[in-house]
Design a protein around this ligand. Sequence first.
Ligand code: FES
Ligand code: FES
Length: 170
Amino acid sequence: METVIRLTVDGAAREITVDTRTTLLDALRERLGNTSPKKGCDHGQCGSCTVLVDGRRQLTCLALALSYDGAEVTTASGLGVDGPHPMQEAFLAKDAYQCGYCTPGQVCSAVGMLDEVAHGHPSHVTEDLDRPTTIEDLTDAEIRERMSGNVCRCGAYVGILDAVREVAGA
Ligand code: FES
Ligand code: FES
């Protein structure tokens, strides 16, 4: 069965007809030609397909495209439309990638993660749930935990941590 969905992807309104079983990742990559989100595991385990949906980070490989009809999708590519995003600049400056395959997902996840912190969302390592972690007191443990859904097969974690810390100013 097919259905028509409308998405705003990196600022551009798009309308496509998709099989109802199409994932958001395949809709973006195969139907809309946006190869910024990467297909790594295709099972929700690596984070390479992460984008921002209505500002929140979202794995796209397990998300059905039709569930996101009307949504605003921002990929790492879209984050850099008006010049490099501060997180992209930090990844460059801190040598936070090697092959770069995981990088678009890492960048989107890092941007979404900092927004979650700014809104007072706790993580599994937040010590005091009565006083949510703020951007200013974001520890390395918090950053590692909050980014743990994004796997880097090259092991660029030291640089990724530095990049996130720099943007956070923590
Ligand atoms: S491709 Fe989506 S989590 Fe790995
Ligand atoms: S830089 Fe190669 S997978 Fe992360």
